[in-house]
Ligand binder design. Structure first.
Ligand SMILES: [Zn+2]
Length: 439
């Protein structure tokens, strides 16, 4: 683990977006390539790539100084870029246990003075480009977009998760979901040399990816997804909207650690998505609004809604943090309990967390917080639906206690979990509820 004192980014783009990143003594070439032939991105799109790359690597490296020298950045974009970086740094600082959010200011070498329109996109575009990771969230997001009568195309970016099993599992999940939905899937590849992205992700943290607790998905990867989406948006034309497949139902806005507050407004949050939209608009990139169609849904509702709409998506999706349906990681445990509570066997797991053990189960038994409410409900429903197997007695006493607590409040808890929350980062023309399936 080492934290960087300095980093700088230089754009060396010719045909496709590429950039050179220097962090302390380490020199890295970064590129984003399209799998199929694409027109070269405009200077504006390359500028966005360089700017988002600056944010991404500065927070990844927890750098104290950061500079960029690529295509000129409009002055108007600078405060939005620094705001987005401050959000991302705050969450990283919390995770590293720093004494307060680390402050950093991004220096831009060349700026332009040609103000571009920053008016909000009010009209509904014809098409939405959905960022597909192959998981439940992107599968459900596609459905909600369709219910809003928007054309849809998928984008999948390889190379951001580092770990190879997760990479291939996400790619396969994305292909299956695109095929079932009958939508084209555009593939992009993010690559770094000489060190792989996975090595870089592990380099600047006290908690490098390690099975099963610390997953290999890097923080703020949305910045790189948006760079790919902007390039495709230019090529498709008509300023398509961009959809992120993420939800943030269980989040608190502010984390507390040792008496200090850390805003959790990272790149999946309402404010984070707004900051990225402001960057995109102020730079004049030819894409519509970025939003997360299912942001207001809980894990509880998501699982049930996707089952009601397209049960095969549950089977086909890639969800395990480690790309192998391990049955141990937090995601596997969560979906194991949801599936069991609904008496389904669509998802297969290498291990049963009720017999093999899981950190999430231990936390769940000791916690009544909002982050676990969906699981408390699932446990109650699971025990209502039948007893635990003979070999599943490891957590039996604790699980029964959870179920007893839920019994009295089941109705209220369930209706709260089934509620789609308001999200003011959604465009006015988008209905997140679309077709209501549940009474
Ligand atoms: Zn897993």
């Amino acid at each position: 683990m080492q934290y960087a004192e300095k980093m700088s980014i230089e754009d060396t783009s010719v045909d496709y977006p590429s950039a050179h990143v220097a962090v302390d003594g380490l020199s890295i070439d970064v590129s984003l390539q399209a799998a199929a032939p694409m027109p070269a991105p405009s200077a504006v799109a390359r500028g966005l790539f360089g700017a988002l790359l600056s944010i991404y690597f500065t927070q990844l490296a927890l750098a104290r100084n950061s500079s960029y020298s690529g295509p000129a950045i409009p002055c108007e974009a600078l405060p939005h870029l620094n705001r987005c970086l401050a959000y991302a740094m705050s969450v990283r600082s919390y995770r590293e246990g720093f004494a307060g959010p680390r402050k950093v200011s991004l220096e831009f070498g060349r700026t332009s003075y040609n103000p571009v329109s920053t008016l909000r996109d009010v009209s509904k575009p014809q098409t939405c480009l959905q960022l597909v990771s192959g998981g439940l969230d992107s599968a459900l997001s596609l459905q909600v977009i369709r219910q809003n009568e928007l054309g849809c195309e998928g984008i999948h970016v390889e190379g951001l998760n580092g770990d190879s099993a997760t990479e291939s599992s996400e790619l396969m999940g994305s292909r299956r979901i695109a095929e079932t939905s009958g939508i084209p899937l555009h593939l992009f590849r993010f690559a770094t040399t000489p060190l792989s992205h996975y090595q870089l992700v592990g380099r600047w943290t006290k908690f490098p990816p390690a099975f099963p607790a610390t997953n290999p998905v890097p923080h703020a990867r949305e910045t790189m997804l948006v760079a790919a989406a902007a390039w495709l948006a230019e090529a498709v034309g008509g300023r398509p909207a961009i959809a992120l497949g993420s939800e943030n139902s269980a989040w608190s806005d502010i984390f507390e650690l040792d008496g200090r507050s850390y805003p959790r407004w990272d790149t999946q949050s309402r404010l984070g998505v707004r900051a990225i939209n402001d960057i995109v608009r102020s730079m004049g990139v030819a894409m519509g609004p970025l939003f997360a169609p299912i942001a207001g849904r809980t894990e509880y509702r998501k699982f049930r809604e996707l089952h009601a709409l397209q049960p095969e998506y549950l089977r086909d999706s890639s969800f395990c943090f480690w790309g192998k349906n391990c049955g141990v990681c937090r995601k596997c445990t969560r979906y194991f309990l949801h599936q069991r509570s609904m008496k389904l066997d669509l998802l297969t797991f290498a291990r049963n967390p009720l017999t093999g053990g899981s950190d999430l189960l231990v936390e769940l038994l000791n916690d009544r917080g909002i982050a676990y409410r969906d699981l408390h409900l699932a446990v109650f429903e699971m025990l209502q639906g039948g007893s635990l197997g003979r070999d599943e007695q490891r957590y039996a006493a604790g699980l029964r206690k959870v179920a007893d607590r839920v019994r009295k409040e089941f109705k209220e808890m369930r209706s709260e979990e089934m509620r789609v929350r308001e999200d003011d980062s959604l465009p006015a023309w988008f209905d997140p509820r679309a077709r209501e399936l549940f009474s």
